[in-house]
Design a protein around this ligand. Structure first.
Ligand code: 6PG
Length: 244
């Protein structure tokens, strides 16, 4: 039975990133104490950059025991301005041993090959048997104004994937492929933390937490894990008092 979402609305974006960094640190300490490692799937886009920069400034993060994957990546090389890897590496991953960072090979001409290769790297790292899904200690996700998350966009084929871990998903509006985790991976996480900031996310956040629109991000409900939504007041401006 999926847990009810934990909703935390912070006064502003800075407070939201501080709360997210504290949550990250707490989960990292618990996981490294219990399992000597903390596995994280990073989100891309612009929102999380401030979180990554904040984490990089903290002295209480056990970087050497943290293993970073990416919930999605653009079909671009790692030094491309749109690369999620480039954004995260610039903001934070320079603190991490390179062998602890697993990036998508977005430079491959064939996006399907990039997805298959990434899926294999996850199967190897998590020592998965056929049919098994990885259980990330923490999956960070963002929210698009259209309700997408990772690269699971409305109307895209990846929304229907139930077997693969990672797929190349054609995104019409960008006229390009994105490489993305699938719902089975996202919903196998021990903890999913969404960050939503700004008024442009208000409609989607209302629909997901209170409304009836079947938006891609709404289908992220860990079957045996925590679901945390953190937002600032601007992104929460469409929510009723009962949710706030
Ligand atoms: C990406 C992200 C994507 C992002 C949303 C929100 O690769 O772009 O994974 O899902 O989280 O598009 O993006 P912003 O944070 O830039 O608003």
């Amino acid at each position: 039975m999926a847990a009810q979402p934990e909703i935390r609305i912070l006064n502003n974006a800075a407070d939201m990133f501080q709360a997210a960094a504290d949550e990250f640190a707490g989960l990292a300490h618990a996981a490294t104490r219990a399992n000597q490692r903390f596995t994280v799937a990073l989100s891309g886009g612009s929102t999380p950059k401030s979180l990554y920069t904040l984490l990089a400034s903290r002295s209480d993060i056990p970087w050497k025991q943290i293993y970073f994957f990416f919930g999605d990546e653009r079909h671009v090389p790692p030094d491309h301005p749109e690369s999620n890897y480039r954004m995260a590496h610039t903001a934070m991953l320079a603190h991490v041993p390179p062998e602890n960072v697993f990036r998508v090979r977005g430079e491959l001409a064939d996006a399907n090959a990039a997805a298959l290769g990434y899926e294999q790297s996850m199967r190897t790292f998590f020592r998965l048997q056929p049919g098994e899904f990885p259980r990330f200690d923490l999956t960070l996700l963002g929210l698009g104004p259209d309700g997408h998350t990772a690269s699971l966009f409305p109307g895209s084929a990846a929304l229907h994937e139930t077997q693969r871990l990672v797929v190349a998903n054609w995104v019409e509006k960008f006229n390009s492929y994105r490489i993305t985790f699938t719902y089975p991976v996202l919903n196998h996480s021990a903890c999913v933390l969404f960050l939503a900031s700004g008024t442009e996310k208000a409609h989607a956040l209302h629909e997901i937490l209170e409304g009836s629109e079947d938006l891609p991000a709404k289908r992220v409900r860990p079957t045996d894990g925590r679901l945390i939504w953190m937002s600032d007041r601007d992104a929460a401006s469409g929510l009723s008092g009962s949710t706030r």
